[in-house]
Design a protein. Sequence first.
Length: 248
Amino acid sequence: MLAIIAPARLASTRFPEKLLHPIQGKPLVLWVAERLEAEVPDIARYFAVDDLKIERVLRDAGFNAIMTRANHRCGTDRLAEANETIGADAIINVQADEPLVAGGQIRALEALLKEGASMATLATSFTTRSDFLDPNQVKVVISQEGQALYFSRAPIPYNRDDFENFDDAWVTEAPAYRHLGLYAYQADFLNTYCALPEGKLEAIEKLEQLRVLENGYSIQVGLTDEPSIGIDTAEDVDAFEAYLDKKG
């Protein structure tokens, strides 16, 4: 059995209670829930929540919500706790603040699991120099076999010969990709992952997927050109609303 689980934590440092923030009159978390229902209606979908306010909003709208502990160190641990109730053999982890998650992205992750990946994620090409330099846009470099070599908030690879002058065109063609916060796991590997201690690289970069690489496991990376807007700040809400207005 394959299941989609979206960890949905109410607290947010940069944007307090962002999952309940109304966008055109609807809480953000419901934009994500409705998007998933429309894009992948054939896959079981759950939200792993830590607060009754989010649970109530989801359940009142007819979506599945599983209450989890509030003190998890990361979303992956919340995912694993929720799956103790669900019992899925494979899990796709969707972010509860990604209202444009696409069915094609989820199918790509499903395919990587079927091909034998224990853990997989997605990335897309950068299009602008400013995004490539932004520490909130996570970079990933991959091997010729499509496995992640490293994730970083720093601009990798470093353009040693012309760092001050490289432009959007260089970024578009560079062997670096913008990591998207979607993951897929075999359930047994998810449990292995959560049992690992926090890694030194993870602690520095604040990127929990580095725990996997630091402990010698691999992450398969699929490439996508489908758009994504993550809501981390009030400015991101403006960008999503502009997208909605343009779409009509």
